[in-house]
Structure formats: C-alpha cells, structure tokens
Design a protein around this ligand. Sequence first.
Ligand code: NAD
Ligand code: GLY
Length: 352
Amino acid sequence: MQTISIKASTSYEAHIGHGILASCGELVSRISEPCTIAVITDSTVGPLYEETVKISLTEAGFRVVTHSIPSGESSKNLFFYGEILEFLASSKLTRSDLLIALGGGVVGDITGFAAATYLRGIGFIQIPTTFLAAADSSTGGKTAVNLSCGKNLAGAFWPPRAVICDCATFDTLPKDTFADGVAETIKHSLIADKAFFELLMQGHLYSRIEDVVRRDMEIKRDFVSSDEFDRGRRQMLNFGHTIGHAVEMRSGFAITHGHAVAIGMVSAARAAYRLGYSQNDFSSIISEALQRYGLPVESPYRADELIEIASGDKKRSGDHINVIVLSDIGRANSVSLDMTQFESFIQQGVGV
Ligand code: NAD
Ligand code: GLY
C-alpha cells in the first residue's frame, strides 16, 4: 500500500493499494473513534463492494447504515441529495459520526455535498471505485450536484478525512468507464508533467495502475495545496472542461464526463492555436494519446449547440470567462475571454 499526505486547510491521507477494501475498517479506525458510519453507494457498486466494506467496518467496531442511489450522472441532483440528507437524519447521525462515499465520482460528489451541509458539516471518507474518482474527484474537496442549467452549479469545498483507493475495484469497470479516468490522467500530464505524458503515450498505464493513481493524486495535491479554493492556479485542472461540460450536458449525460473532457481538451488545444493563445497546435498529439485508450476526440455537436450551455459555466465571472490553454506539454495557463471571444473559441474548437 502507498500513502500520500494531502495538505490544505485540513490535511488527510490517501491510501492506494490492491485488495485494501477488506482492511478499510482498520484504516478508518486510524482517524476515528467507533461511531456510526453511513455508507452511501449506488445501485451498481453496492452489490459488488458494500458487503466487504460493511464487514470490515463492523469488525473494527463501527455501526454501519447504508443507502444507495441509482447509478449514473442523472442521480447527481437535488432530489437524491435531499434523499441522502433525509436518510442521515432518520438514521440519527450526529456530528461525531461519518459518511463514506463508496463509488465513482457521482457518489463522491453528492455524498461530499451532503457531508458538507448535514448538521452544517460532518466528516466523510472517499472510497473511489472508478479510475476517474481515484485519479481526480476523490481528492481536492470539491463536492457538488448538478442543476438543470449546468454541471456542479451547487456545491461546497469540503475535503474528505481520508481516501481509500483499492485499485482491485477497477477490475469490474466496463472498458469505457475505465477510459473516463484515462482522460483525467492525460489531463494531469498535459498541465503538469511532460514525462508522465510520454509514459502514457507509450501505453504504460494498465500495468502500473497504483503508481499512475499516486502520480495523479500528487499532481492534483500540488494544485490544490497552493490554491484550494480555485481562485487561480487550481483552475488549470479545468483544462478541457468548459467545452467538455457543455458536450456532457448537451448529450443528456449519454457522453460521460471523461469522454466529454477528452473532446474538450482537443477542442481547446485547437482553438487556442487558431486564436493565437498557444504558439503550437497540440491538438494532434493530444488526440493520438486519447485515441490510444479508445477515447473520442471530436464533438458530435456544432458550436451553436454548445455556446449557450458553456456560457453558464461556473468559471464565468460577469461578462468574462476563463479558459485554460497549453503553453507546452506539461504547462498550462489561463486566458480571460469576453463573451464574443469565448464564442469564437468554441467555434474554432469544434467548428461552426
Ligand atoms: P460514475 O460515478 O457515474 O461511475 C460510472 C459508472 O461506473 C456508474 O454506472 C457506476 O455505478 C459504475 N461503477 C463505479 N465503480 C464501479 C466498479 N468498480 N465496477 C463496476 N462499475 C462501477 O462516474 P465517474 O466517471 O466515476 O465520475 C464522474 C463524475 O465525477 C462527474 O459527475 C464529474 O463531474 C465528477 N468529477 C468530480 C471531480 C471533483 O473534483 N469533485 C473531478 C472530476 C470529475
Ligand atoms: N477537477 C477539478 C478540480 O478539482 O479542481
């Protein structure tokens, strides 16, 4: 097992290993006295992993209650958020109790938001079971639900008390769901680590998954610890996300988050070059890396089908919106665009 420390307004450890789910009770007991733990999961992950988690926690002296939401992005909304809060209240959880998010980024984001707001905040632990959640959403403390106008529009910064990542859980992921995590991993390499990008280009991912997750978490930690509340440097982590979120929303979530981010990164790199925000056109090499893992690279939607959705992105501030562009492989910066420039950015990225 590998452990990394994440230091921000609160500090916590992320444990990465193979087969460590059955030891989660011991890992949780390192940070908490015996208490009640509400395990929140989804309808796919629950039948696969809930029992292992429950047995381990019970053996370690915790009282366990469980609640499941339907799997998929369309559950990351106010309805299921409210349902989780009602479940916590009816299970009589107090501030000294804990939540566990057992699942992918959807379960992690909605459970984290419930933890941030129930009783004005109780502790929670992330147990990511998708590669995407391990590589990205389980660390950093962003929690959210979607509103009908856009992705992640209601949320809070609420760091987990610990992250327990058992890479053995990736064995049951469909290939496409695994690829969602590859997109975020390629994003991390593109904004922060050229050598990591070259490693991913060689296809060295499946055989070294624990090291890859650790590198993902280290890169994310470095952005988060210098700008936890997303006012500047952390925004680099949004590379590909403005167009990506619009594609994801426009598809009614039929295009999953990582697939949409893949399209968003290629589109942003192309637009940045055409509009002079990047000196080089990185879109081909990014496409090559993504396609190696079966990810899409072109938007099925025209610019005019995305502009309105993208304009509601939460990175908008007044009449400007920040987009992230690459100055090199491994280096990113932010450009502030007015809404006319932003429309051109999307048009140049995906075609009119
Ligand atoms: P997801 O949570 O919907 O999981 C994808 C699918 O895989 C679901 O059907 C789920 O039930 C299933 N699944 C999960 N683990 C499994 C396993 N081990 N075996 C078999 N099936 C399994 O999606 P995701 O890709 O994990 O996360 C996407 C979400 O994460 C989006 O909502 C995105 O906005 C969010 N996100 C948040 C952050 C953040 O910093 N908070 C960062 C990136 C993405
Ligand atoms: N996934 C973007 C962030 O955590 O800031």
